[in-house]
Design a protein around this ligand. Structure first.
Ligand code: PAF
Length: 278
């Protein structure tokens, strides 16, 4: 597996390839969910294609009071996971490599970013779009894999690719869950053992609520289920159209029930499919 630390090195590596190049963008602190994403990328690339995993804790997507400084950076274990999952290269740029000190151009998606996590984390998706655009330009993938756990991020990246004509096929990957239902996330590491035991109840509440008939009943039931979890503080619980992210008004559109919940030091997000309801 090749380690690429600069944009020039990444472009040189890319220039020698003429088959599929599949990017898995990450912020490191890799877990078995990421490993599944990388293995999926390996499958898309096939034997003649290549997989590149980027590991970059992107400062511009963290708010001033968020966990940029404390975000875990276990590089040795990240490299072991990346290698084990079959990546051909890892792109490991420094902050200085990615951002000029006097940077003045960003990428801003203005509609889908206005809701859910975008409402509680101002500037977050501008940071995400800007860095993903730069990762695309640095690694020039034909395909890029994004997890459905960040449903809103996936929708926004698809929009960015469409609106800015990036020649990249976006490949979604289903949420990877631990055996008890908790969606895998690097931020699960912030949970105490007691909080870790409580955390799957968020997904339980969402799953139960998703069976109800109206979006209003779903949100009400899910909210009251999550409120019963000791210490849980709801950021949002919303039923939205799966592609526009507009509030879901009925079950005649495919929806997504999305939630963000603080549990101790962790802000956990999750989402579940809301199929059409006959
Ligand atoms: O989902 C993430 O880990 C990040 O938002 C991403 C896409 C790697 C951009 O920093």
């Amino acid at each position: 597996m090749k380690t690429l630390k600069t944009i020039a090195a990444s472009r040189r590596w890319r220039a020698g390839l003429d088959s599929k190049v599949v990017l898995v963008p990450t912020m490191g602190a890799l877990h078995h969910g990421h490993e599944a994403l990388i293995r999926h990328a390996r499958g898309i690339a096939g034997p003649s294609g290549s997989v590149v995993v980027s590991i970059f804790v992107n400062p511009t997507q963290f708010g001033p009071k968020e966990d940029f400084a404390s975000y875990p950076r276990p590089l040795a274990s990240d490299l072991a996971i990346t290698r084990r999952a079959g990546a051909d290269a890892v792109f490991l740029p420094s902050i200085g490599e990615m951002y000029a000190a006097d940077k003045s151009v960003t990428v801003n998606e203005s509609l889908l970013s206005a809701t859910l996590c975008g409402r509680s984390r101002p500037g977050h998706f501008e940071g995400v779009c800007s860095v993903v655009a730069k990762l695309f330009l640095a690694t020039q993938p034909t395909h890029a894999v994004f997890g459905e756990k960040d449903w809103q991020q996936l929708a926004i990246i698809r929009r960015m690719v469409r609106d800015l004509l990036f020649p990249v096929t976006i490949e979604p990957f289903p949420i990877v869950r631990d055996a008890d239902g908790l969606a895998t996330s690097s931020r699960n590491a912030y949970l105490t053992p007691a909080e870790r035991n409580l955390a799957p109840r968020i997904f339980d509440a969402m799953t139960q609520a998703s069976k109800l008939k109206t979006p209003q009943a779903i949100v009400k039931n899910c909210t009251s289920g999550i409120k019963k979890i000791p210490g849980a503080q709801i950021d949002y619980v919303e039923a939205v159209d799966a592609s526009t992210l507009h509030p879901l008004s009925n079950r005649k559109q495919i929806g997504r029930l999305a939630a963000a919940v603080f549990l101790g030091k962790a802000r956990l997000i999750d989402n579940v499919h809301l199929p059409l309801f006959a």
